[in-house]
Design a protein around this ligand. Structure first.
Ligand code: BTN
Length: 246
């Protein structure tokens, strides 16, 4: 069951690494959660670090075995997880949050949560997915360094009980995962687009051959960002091929 077993660690290098080690050791099960008070080597996407002050935020990983998904559907899982986090944040702070493609969670122009998904695919089968999530809950000082960060406490002025927050968040994640497992990926896709940061707004991007001015007009079935340039031409990008200049 999703989240019915939680391994709580005081300190670990990275909960994603710990989860991956459990999988290698044959000790993983669908729904197992690894949560840490502190990570000394927290990882973000594209080889970035994930810094989070000890005992203030949520840093955890969920091991899933989404056998109903084919490897080419990986992005659907990422969309469902992003929506689960948005559902949780919306409930805690009645404010507008959005998802910056592929899966950074934003409040205005500031990041409140990051997701690192590492999939283990054997042949044509989705074996395991490690969903690593960091959410800024009670931290109020982020500079120097990641000054574009924000937390629920900064937004609401309230302190959050981390254990309670994790349990609530897991139930929102489970609800979205179940929605996906029940075949509602179209609905998830539509909601993801509704919540997409800078969707259909004039935006500038850095791409390999310079600056692209255009608008995000969609996400394709492989999770690629679809951008329409000012010249009307449409281009599709995978994660490392495009950077927002906003
Ligand atoms: C990103 O924004 O680039 C993704 C950040 C993901 C951070 C979480 S914290 C829990 C899990 N363990 C890690 O080492 N990373 C993820």
């Amino acid at each position: 069951m999703f989240g019915s077993r939680i391994i709580e660690l005081e300190i670990v290098e990275s909960t994603n690494n710990y989860a991956l080690q459990l999988i290698s050791a044959g000790k993983a099960e669908h729904g197992l959660v690894v949560s840490a008070d502190n990570q000394w080597g927290g990882r973000g996407r594209t080889y970035k670090k994930w810094d989070s002050l000890p005992n203030q935020n949520l840093t955890f990983s969920v091991i899933l075995s989404p056998l109903f998904l084919s490897p080419s559907d990986q992005f659907k899982l990422s969309q469902a997880i992003s929506l689960g986090i948005l559902d949780f944040l919306q409930k805690k702070a009645s404010e507008k949050f959005s998802v910056k493609w592929p899966n950074d969670i934003f409040h205005g122009d500031k990041k409140i949560s990051g997701i690192l998904i590492e999939n283990l695919i054997f042949g044509n089968k989705f074996e395991y997915s490690v969903i690593g999530i960091g959410i800024n809950l009670n931290q109020t000082e982020f500079c120097p360094g990641i000054c574009d960060a924000i937390s629920l406490k900064i937004i609401t002025g309230k302190d959050f009980d981390r254990k309670q927050a994790l349990s609530e968040l897991l139930s929102y994640l489970k609800a979205r995962y179940d929605e996906l497992a029940e075949g509602n990926s179209q609905k998830i896709h539509a909601e993801y687009l509704q919540r997409l940061y800078l969707f259909e707004e004039p935006t500038e991007f850095q791409i390999s051959d310079g600056i692209l001015k255009g608008r995000i007009i969609g996400i394709d079935e492989y999770g690629r960002l679809v951008v329409e340039g000012e010249d009307g031409a449409t281009q599709r990008f995978i994660m490392d091929e495009i950077k927002y200049l906003h």
